[in-house]
Design a protein around this ligand. Structure first.
Ligand SMILES: *Cc1c(COP(=O)(O)O)cnc(C)c1O
Length: 381
């Protein structure tokens, strides 16, 4: 039997898993003749707000615009400073640049690769206009502490939940309900994925929700009445219908991701050079299974030789992106030591809910073999 390459993700399997439901949702929407902001959208907003635990959900066209609209709803614009981290794919920075705000880079913790509260406290001394805290790879950052720090400094807190939909404290709050505003992406590879682009904002502030609703649709307060500068960023009926269905199975699929990641974490437990950036409880939803290793090239080659794909999330620290030479904004660096280290040491290995047992075992065995050999020979490969 030929050995098939194991991909980092394979959306064909996610689509195959609920193809009939997607086709049914599509035909229901087509039959209704209502394609944007109809019944499916309203129902999804209500159901998603309830799921996250906020009073409001505002459907948005994608996760990046959710972040930009969140900033605009807080009246953050040119010259305002916003605390973000620099190892999370530049999405928060894109939103800052969109509104003209200046990123204030704070460092991440070397263990979780999430925002470091001690570094953030230095950032807060500058009285930024907001903090964007990303829950990277599916794991909640120290969000309760960060929420307290932001509240004490009277700085609004935006959670970037794009990779952590459904993550929460066991029996308690979920990502998107701790801060002032939660921003979500439903890009197809996210834990709650649409069949195209999609996003949402969650908040328990009536005023912020109303602002976001206005901004996402031309700045309207009502039809054709432009009350504020707006844009167009809507979640369509088809996406909303698919998301409603997939929301019902999200916790189960998140548990499956977590189970896969937990096996990899155990396989690497004895390694001196590699470990999984993961913890096994409800506050991690295994969006990505990320190995942190001082020997990334060696591990990558080791896996490739076994037909196991890997990817890097993310290779370039925000501060090292070429874009800065093209814009008027100069980012501020409060701390970037562990951020740069993270970008140099992370490697994502295959982890998605539809992975079959045989593939999971192959990845698990390869990691175990790597851990065993790299420990006995000092990591030389
Ligand atoms: C995917 C992602 C986004 C952007 O979402 P889009 O829907 O692709 O615009 C923002 N933040 C993080 C952390 C992401 O992973």
């Amino acid at each position: 039997m030929t050995r098939v390459r194991i991909p980092v993700n394979d959306l064909r399997r996610a689509i195959a898993a609920d193809r009939e439901i997607i086709e049914q949702a599509m035909s229901d929407v087509l039959d209704s003749g209502w394609l944007v902001h109809g019944e499916q959208h309203s129902a999804f907003e209500a159901e998603f707000a309830e799921f996250v635990g906020t009073s409001h959900c505002v459907g948005i066209g994608n996760g990046t615009e959710a972040l930009a609209i969140a900033l605009r709803a807080l009246e953050i614009g040119v010259g305002a400073e916003v605390c973000i981290v620099g190892n999370a794919g530049f999405y928060a920075a894109t939103a800052c640049l969109e509104v003209g705000a200046t990123p204030l880079y704070v460092d991440v913790l070397p263990e979780t690769l999430n925002i470091d509260p001690a570094s953030l406290s230095h950032g807060l001394e500058r009285q930024p206009a907001a903090v964007i805290a990303t829950h990277l790879y599916g794991g909640l950052c120290e969000i309760e502490l960060i929420a307290r720090m932001c509240a004490a400094a009277s700085v609004p807190l935006i959670e970037d939940c794009a990779q952590a939909t459904g993550a929460g404290r066991t029996g308690g709050s979920r990502a998107g309900s701790f801060g002032t505003i939660g921003c979500f992406s439903f890009y197809p590879t996210k834990n709650l994925g649409a069949i195209g682009d999609g996003g949402a904002i969650t908040t328990s502030s009536e005023e912020i929700a109303a602002n976001c609703r206005g901004i996402r649709q031309y700045g309207w307060s009502e039809r054709y009445v432009v009350e504020r500068p707006g844009l167009n960023s809507r979640l369509d009926e088809l996406q909303a219908a698919v998301l409603r269905y997939r929301l019902r199975t999200l916790d189960a699929r998140n548990a499956r991701r977590r189970g896969i990641a937990a096996r990899y974490a155990r396989a690497l437990a004895t390694s001196d050079t590699a470990r999984l950036v993961f913890w096994d409880d409800d506050s991690h939803v295994g969006h990505l299974a990320v190995v942190k290793t001082s020997a990334r090239d060696a591990l990558r080659a080791f896996l490739a030789a076994r037909d196991i794909a890997s990817d890097i999330h993310y290779p370039v620290p925000d501060l090292a992106q070429p874009v800065w030479t093209t814009v008027d904004v100069s980012p501020i660096d409060i701390g970037s030591l562990h951020t740069a280290e993270a970008c140099a040491q992370v490697l994502s290995v295959p982890c998605f809910p539809e992975m079959d047992e045989q593939d999971i075992t192959r990845v698990e065995s390869a990691l175990l073999e790597y851990a065993t050999s790299s420990t006995s020979d000092g990591g030389a490969h």
